[in-house]
Design a binder for this molecule. Sequence first.
Ligand code: SF4
Length: 430
Amino acid sequence: MNESPFVLYSDGKGNIFEDLTLYATGRSGWDALPVSPEDWIELPDGGSLYELPGRKGIGVDVITGEMRLCEKGWAVAAFIPPAHTGLYLSAYETAAGAPTLPLFCYTAAGWLNGKFHVPAIRIERDIRQDCKGYDWDRIHEGVDRSLQAYPENRLVKHLANNCALTYHCPAARNYFMGRWECPVPVSPACNANCLGCISFQPQEESITSPQDRLSFRPTAEEIVEFTVPHLQTAAYPIVSFGQGCEGEPLLMWDTMREAIIEMRKHTDRGSINVNTNGSRPDAVRALCEAGLDSIRVSTNSARRAIYEAYYRPNNYTFEDIVESLRIVRSYGGWASINYFVFPGMTDSVEEYEALRKLIRDTGLTMIQWRNFNIDPDWYLGRIGVTDTGEFLGVRQLMELIHEEFPEVRYGYFNPPMERIRGGFEKDFAH
Ligand code: SF4
């Protein structure tokens, strides 16, 4: 594309308009800047737009080339769907007293040729969370079938009534459609205090968590009862401990270990994965001994200070998460980071150097380039970052890391065993 989209604004009543006097810009760190035309793509299917109360969009005047505010209404941002990574945040000026934005990602957005556009790339070919792939009739049938098959199973009830039917969790909906990644939340507690925790927000905070944290400790029997049939029958099956509706799964490592041993007595099909904050390397080793195939450690940064300012860990350190990744690799397992991408922070020169070190120190297998679901001003303010320093650009960061570490895979989702063993690059539009 060789044209720049125009700024979008809202009337505060949910109606969105384009301002043909201003080209859209993007945000990196604290700065607004022009976005090169080739970085814009049409807003992918499943994306949505937000009006940002108390904020005015920043654009480039189409005549003078000067950067100025759009005074016509509130700023607008895009929530881009899974499998896509945003290259720039929405650029706006925040008025005093503006409300903190909820825990969603705020990618830049613009209007061109009758379509909404965003600066983003599709980083993942796997279609498991493409919204057009969901069939609510099949989901409801699956829910009814599972609740009948496992009437006493608290976890199946939670996945059905809360995850699939209330939160519309993509993984839970896939489970009830009998395919792909099956979510297994296990922990009501956590040993971190992430600012942007999506399952628990302290009363005093002005934002709320989009999900409620699991309120019970499942037994190994409850876990095994529905995961074994999934591993045995689903297409490209994955069983994934560690979900958005729970605390830290490693705090339930003994139950997970027991369940993994039991699962593998019944089938060697599929991949058993844990999404985790990586805080307990000892527990990770025990799970690898039991048969864990892959791990995904979430992090907002490869820098200790930035990590600990956000995670506010209880009784563990950044070094522990590095050790957890290293241990899985030492067992030949697949080790990913769930990398919260924040333009200006993730692609800063300091972060780039730290990421190179993390890859070298761990033998990392994959980077899942995830959009950071958080209010940008609130996040930078709370971790005390007033200047994000020199930056490379998210696309350039990806290219530099790929050049130096071609063996490190890129994506957005945990790969199934067929991809882990079958060669990650193989065309995968299942
Ligand atoms: S590690 Fe997960 S559950 Fe724990 S505080 Fe952070 S986001 Fe919340």
